[in-house]
Design a protein around this ligand. Sequence first.
Ligand code: SAM
Length: 335
Amino acid sequence: MKDLILKAKNKHDLSFDEIVALLKYKNQDEIFKAANEIREKYVGNGVHIRGLIEFSNVCKQNCKYCGIRAQNKCQERYRLSEDEIIQTVSEATNLGYKTIVLQSGEDDYFDEKKMISLIKKIKKYDVALTLSIGEKTHENYKAYKMAGADRYLLRIETTDKTLYKKMHPNMSFENRKLCLYNLKNLGFETGSGCLVGLPEQSIESLACDILFFKELEADMIGIGPFIATKKTPLEMFQNGDIFLSFKVMAIVRLLMPDINIPATTAMETLLEDGRKIALQSGANVVMINITPQIYRLRYNIYDNKNFANVSLSEIKKLLSSLNRTVALDFGSHKS
Ligand code: SAM
């Protein structure tokens, strides 16, 4: 197994069988250590801080695992006004944030016209802008790009087509994949990722997810453990294995050495030191929730998410304890 880790470190290329073997390898610390070394070698010790605004929890989709799915009638809904979003961006840039991430459910209220207006207003500030608003048409994506959006996050969630269909009623795996390729072809820095530990998910399908990220030439990959959430059809299932999530993330770092990889909120939600372990196992990005307090508790995509919220000063303290720094540039994927 040591040879396999060495191969991953030197060649950044593994076969399907080799990835499966690593995912099953018990001595996970060796994989984490290797990913940490490769992270340092390729993207350095700077950590990019992104300011995340969850601007609407209205969603027309019904992903089985998600707390803001349309059929969850217990979820109180909200939308930020354009003024509230711009005010939040203004405060964030004053604090030094270099990237704003706008995330929401799939909310058709924010149509192309409203999004273009938002994007143009945000881009008047000195920030990179990431959108994470779900599946849209090629024309929509093109319009967002032309308005100035820089990056887009859209997780494939799983490449197991049967599982994808079960988890996403009335959605199409082929369309999600098409969206990702459209984003890439339009010149967005494109982020994707998967959930780890969905019911019936196999180790083999996680290996396929990793190979898919490489094939897409993704610029960012976010890995999140599945968190069983109340008022969803999956509330009775077990949470995903957090250490398997770290392992998937670490292997992604070994195979895609210079991309951006966040220490995800879901990791910190499942494990108190989740963010710290992720930063020492390949991650080089942290997202800080800057959604106005009055709305924050309502973006309940999974249970206990808000316990993982952290302030900029707490992150700075954590980074200095790890001998890491806050990166001062926009944190684009350079290659
Ligand atoms: N609507 C956009 C989309 O589809 O990309 C962005 C919002 S969506 C709520 C953001 C991410 O939350 C999803 O990609 C999914 O992986 C994650 N998520 C939702 N429910 C989750 C759960 N129960 N456990 C872990 N992650 C979850």
